[in-house]
Design a protein around this ligand. Structure first.
Ligand code: TRP
Length: 451
């Protein structure tokens, strides 16, 4: 088992798991979800969801991963051989390929916007019309986006080919702290713009009448997406942990860091948004690519900060795509005895092919921009099916498996293996068995009805 590779230290796991968690989900998806779901009320429900449902499932995934030291398919097979439970792992492997395909398209945008920043595109005075035009002409440029997708998937494949320790650890250790600092700096700037208070109210003062089942649904799915839960990413990363690591504190660290970055991203976007006349918070996936240029145009040294920011976002996205690719790659290595390089290349190619329709999703008039009958663009459909439903279904079955099949007290034993006893073990077991399954079940049903 040794040659599978493992983390250098517990700190390395926290860094790598936060590297997986922190990404476009925090900086691109969280603000636009908040904007579309009523602002502060959504933020509040999101935080509650992350620290209850999210944290509980996080611990379930790491403990199963570490107990079996296997990929998601192997983990289920080891605990329940000759039963259909391994299919939950297979669903995770598929989901990883699919999320990677469209996630890499958006990640490609961060590459494009880094270049725009360097070119000085954000140093002019920007209006609503000009930023929207900039986004549209960029995102509908098929050739460019094709190239960016190819670049991004290739980068991911290269890092994953080098293996868990050489590739992932080094990258996160150096660049994550820099990202944190620049986020805080930009948030302080944004909050102090003239007219920022309207955005602060929208973002931080909850209007409780806006809380409905849809808000709860999107808050929970956002928490899953942002924390990389429900498909075995965290299980896979947990499988590289050593038995002496105390899991609950690692889990709490990752959830806290991830939530912090999301909150900061919103604090950058919304105050600035309300200083631009006519701009709506509910504009969907284009939101941050429209507002961030405005932020950079308003601060001194905007070109430098802009290029640095988009570069760091690119790295954050890369540490997330690495964790997505790692799931099918670990599966192919462990279960199918492929070598790492071949597995990374094959899965990367598959994701690239599935990503192509998402490139056309922002080209007005294109088939994939407005799919007949469904009346949605391809990328949104992918995000809904794989980034929402599939993670919820996966999370539901993982909770049932760890809570009832493998049994929560065995999981607790695994958690306590480090020698330090988890004080909230009983509470965790209660949540895992009696709160998560019904909540997730109701939410899966209602999400199928809402759309
Ligand atoms: N959590 C990452 C983000 O917020 C994306 C991601 C990586 C992910 N691995 C995942 C999402 C597994 C869902 C499942 O950007």
């Amino acid at each position: 088992m040794e040659k599978r590779g493992g983390w250098g230290s517990k700190m390395a796991f926290i860094l790598a798991a936060s590297g997986s968690a922190i990404g476009l989900g925090n900086i691109w998806r969280f603000p636009y979800q908040t904007g579309m779901n009523g602002g502060a009320a959504f933020v509040l429900i999101y935080i509650i969801a992350a620290f209850t449902v999210g944290l509980t499932l996080f611990l379930a995934e790491v403990s199963l991963g570490r107990a079996t030291k296997r990929n998601p398919v192997g983990a289920f097979k080891e605990k329940r051989p000759k039963s259909p439970w391994f299919l939950v792992g297979i669903l995770g492997v598929f989901t990883a390929v699919m999320i990677l395909s469209y996630y890499a398209v958006i990640a490609g945008w961060t590459v494009g916007y880094s270049i725009k920043a360097i070119k000085g595109d954000f140093s002019k005075t920007l209006t609503k019309a000009s930023v929207q035009k900039m986004f549209l002409s960029f995102s509908s440029n098929t050739g460019l986006n094709f190239l960016l997708l190819l670049i991004f998937i290739s980068l991911t494949v290269i890092v994953v080919s080098f293996g868990i320790k050489g590739g992932i650890e080094k990258l996160t250790k150096i660049l994550m702290p820099v990202l944190f600092i620049i986020l805080v700096y930009l948030a302080i700037k944004s909050v102090s713009f003239e007219g920022a208070s309207k955005g602060l109210l929208f973002y931080l003062k909850p209007d409780f009448s806006k809380i409905n089942s849809k808000v709860v649904l999107y808050a929970i799915t956002q928490a899953f997406f942002s924390l990389s839960l429900g498909m075995g990413t965290i299980m896979t990363y947990g499988s590289y942990l050593s038995d002496s690591d105390y899991l609950p504190s690692s889990a709490l660290w990752v959830v806290s860091l991830d939530t912090f970055v999301a909150i900061m991203a919103g604090l950058i976007i919304f105050p600035t948004l309300f200083t631009v006349p006519g701009m709506s918070p509910a504009q969907g996936p284009s939101l941050v690519f429209v507002i961030l240029p405005v932020v950079f145009s308003k601060i001194s040294g905007g070109a430098i900060f802009g290029s640095l920011f988009f570069f760091l976002l690119l790295i954050a996205a890369l540490t997330s795509t690495i964790s997505l690719l790692e799931v099918p790659v670990a599966y192919l290595i462990d279960e199918k005895k492929w070598n790492r390089k071949k597995a990374a290349l094959a899965v990367g190619l598959l994701s690239f092919l599935f990503g192509i329709p998402s490139i056309f999703a922002n080209k007005p008039g294109n088939f994939f921009n407005d799919i007949p009958f469904i009346k949605k663009d391809f990328l949104s459909i992918m995000d809904f099916v794989w980034g929402n439903i599939s993670l919820l279904v996966g999370g539901f079955f993982i909770a049932i498996f760890v809570g009832y099949i493998w049994k929560y007290n065995k999981a607790l034993k695994e958690i306590n293996k480090s020698g330090k006893i988890f004080k909230f073990g009983k509470l965790w077991g209660f949540f895992l068995r009696f709160i998560l399954p019904p909540i997730l079940f109701i939410i899966i049903l209602s999400s199928l009805l809402i759309k």
